[in-house]
Design a binder for this molecule. Structure first.
Ligand SMILES: *[C@@H]1O[C@H](CO)[C@@H](O)[C@H](O)[C@H]1NC(C)=O
Ligand SMILES: [Zn+2]
Length: 626
């Protein structure tokens, strides 16, 4: 690519304040105390202090969470490596785009290239144009690298923030869950009328692997009268207390869901998929103060892990109003691409809210999220043939099959991107049939619509080929594969498993993918997804197929994994012209890492740390010493 013309800039007066500005502390005194100081040594020390005194540390204003302004780096600066091409620009055209330097002016990247080129073009005084003496060059510390900020293409930001309050992951019995809830209630006494909500239990970890019941709460004097609703780790099941059952009164059955009942037909306190909607009518709604608190928790965790953007995979109407308000007040430090979620039994709600495009790209509403089926763990995923471990059962489609084609068309024509949750092969097939038939006369328009299958977890091989050809984006969560690998093949058998979590096959067919985590179902840490994508093994190095990884042919390369979390995520949100790369004209959203994700040994990958995060050219997390 040819160099862009130098931009004319007014050179700012020297000493323009950089806030906060901190001198680095003087170096510790070492040296030999008895040796007489001669002149040369004194000069060395003097030179050392001069060099040191010029060092600046740019520190983000942590722990102030909503510091959108961040700490101003200079208005114009370059970040360079002295160790070769250690800045990865991840361009739209492909590859990782290795360069030595990235030049930033305000919010945008204005140049990239070698140290020599950048010096000649931007600093050298024999340049025919006016030299830009105020270009500050910040060097990456030894061993460090820079990448675009990472985007999680499928997460639940507000739910994540809420769920951090009471997490139940790893509980090995209902009694252990009850203990944790009791401890939470003791430390955080609930407001009158408020529900106690938690996340993360998994009956697969309990003896007998049976769903728990409301009676468990009755055994606790502290909990027996409190309204409690605890989500299974996959959010597809709620386990509630007797107080909630009382509130609901008569409980009907629900299409596309299940109210678990005992032999007398009495609800046991477990609600699956669409039946969860029954709870929403009684549960006190979130206030914007709640939302702001949840968002703060999420943003802080995201930034500390190098995440500068997230696709909110289920943004309710009220959440959209909240995001819009926050965007207008410039209180969103990272980028939110929201998928609108309609209310209960409502297939279309595009008339209730306007699409929204924040000029700064921190909140965009132009996509809708719909659910095709349930999840694999709770056997709600809709399969074409029966579950291998439950003959006679093939899961739940959450809408009737004939609904999909007109519905997808309606959303498309109203200008929305359509993203459908599909886990089972029947859900995927149904949605792909609908898209194919809706765009049969103009497949090019279908491709341009960038439909997404959220999870795309199990597909028939012919559907992978078809989805790729139709330009449907596979929105995958690599950590789902490494969480599910211990039981997924029991559920679907050795044939269907070949099209499950089949990222490489999707790419090989020319398909596009985007990577995410589904936090808080999985960890919010994108490095865990990166590691799962390139190793297909657990964090302790194991897999059902040994240390080489589970169905290792489906591994992604590091480059593909990095692209899946940057430029491909941008493509999946129609923002590849603005974010996802550190190339000229794009917003400078970047992460500085203390190691190199492209070369670090696999068993050290999860130890790589974020040193600094920059959004729109401003430091928002960590620090940079220049
Ligand atoms: C990106 O920019 C190109 C060239 O200006 C334009 O044709 C394309 O529509 C843009 N893409 C999106 C998603 O806005
Ligand atoms: Zn999700």
């Amino acid at each position: 690519m040819s160099d862009p013309p130098l931009r004319k800039r007014t050179v700012k007066p020297a000493g323009d304040p950089i806030t906060p500005y901190q001198r680095a502390p003087p170096p510790p005194r070492r040296g030999h105390p008895t040796r007489p100081l001669h002149l040369s040594l004194a000069l060395v020390i003097l030179a050392f202090f001069v060099v040191y005194a010029q060092k600046q540390t740019f520190k983000s204003k942590a722990p102030s969470l909503y510091s959108v302004e961040g700490t101003k780096l200079p208005e114009i600066y370059a970040i360079c490596s002295k160790e070769g091409q250690k800045a990865y620009t991840v361009p739209v055209e492909g590859g990782v785009g290795r360069v030595e330097c990235v030049v930033v002016d305000g919010k945008e990247v204005v140049d990239t290239g070698s140290l020599g080129k950048i010096r000649r073009k931007w600093i050298s005084s024999d340049n025919r144009q006016k030299p830009l003496h105020d270009l500050k060059v910040i060097y990456l510390p030894a061993g460090h690298t820079m990448t675009p900020g990472l985007t999680d293409s499928h997460g639940h930001p507000l739910i994540y923030g809420q769920a951090q309050q009471l997490t139940l992951h790893g509980c090995r019995s209902p009694a252990e869950v009850i203990e944790r809830v009791e401890a939470f209630v003791k430390s955080t006494p609930p407001q009158p009328g408020a529900w106690i909500e938690g996340l993360g239990w998994d009956q697969n970890l309990f003896e007998g692997q049976e769903f728990p019941t409301a009676t468990e709460f009755g055994k606790s004097a502290l909990l027996k009268d409190l309204p409690i609703s605890l989500s299974r780790i996959d959010f597809h099941v709620e386990w509630v207390s007797p107080a909630v059952l009382d509130m609901l009164g008569d409980i009907p059955d629900v299409d596309g869901g299940q109210v678990v009942r005992d032999s007398l037909g009495k609800p046991t306190g477990v609600f699956i998929d669409n039946a969860i909607d029954l709870l929403k009518a009684s549960r006190p709604p979130w206030t914007d103060t709640d939302r702001e608190r949840y968002l703060q928790i999420m943003v802080q965790d995201a930034l500390s892990k190098g995440m500068t953007g997230v696709h909110d995979a289920q943004g309710f109407l009220e959440d959209q109003l909240f995001y819009r308000k926050m965007a207008k007040e410039r209180k969103l430090p990272i980028r939110f691409y929201s998928m609108l979620a309609c209310g209960r039994e409502e297939d279309f709600c595009g008339h209730k809210i306007k699409r929204f495009d924040d000029p700064d790209g921190h909140y965009t509403l132009r996509s809708v999220k719909m659910f095709g089926d349930g999840a694999l763990g709770s056997r709600g995923a809709a399969l074409i043939d029966d579950y291998s471990d439950k003959p006679g059962w093939n899961g739940l489609m959450l809408k009737k099959e004939e609904v999909w084609e007109p519905l997808i068309k309606k959303w498309y024509e109203a200008g929305w991107q359509v993203n459908v949750h599909t886990i089972g092969d029947r859900a995927a097939k149904t949605v792909l049939d609908a898209i194919e038939s809706a765009f049969a006369s103009d497949p090019e328009r279908g491709r341009a619509a960038r439909f997404r299958l959220e999870h795309a977890q199990i597909l028939r091989p012919e559907d992978i080929a078809r989805a790729a050809k139709m330009g449907v984006i596979g929105s995958y969560q690599p950590t789902h594969a490494t969480s599910d690998m211990w039981y997924a093949e029991d559920r679907i058998g050795p044939e269907r498993i070949k099209g499950a979590y089949a990222w490489r096959t999707y790419l090989n067919h020319g398909g596009r993918i985007a990577l995410g985590s589904d936090f808080p179902v999985e960890s919010i840490d994108p490095l865990k997804g990166f590691y799962a994508a390139v190793t297909r093994r657990s964090e302790d190095g194991k897999s059902p197929h040994g240390p080489g990884g589970w169905y290792s042919a489906e591994k992604l390369t590091r480059e593909e994994a990095l692209r899946g979390m940057t430029v491909d995520a941008a493509y999946a949100s129609f923002s590849e012209n603005i974010t996802g790369s550190l190339t000229i004209g794009k917003r400078f959203d970047a992460v500085i890492w203390d190691d190199d994700l492209l070369t670090v040994p696999e068993d050290e990958m999860l130890e790589v740390k974020v040193k600094a995060v920059i959004v729109d050219g401003k430091l928002v997390w960590g620090y940079i010493t220049a």
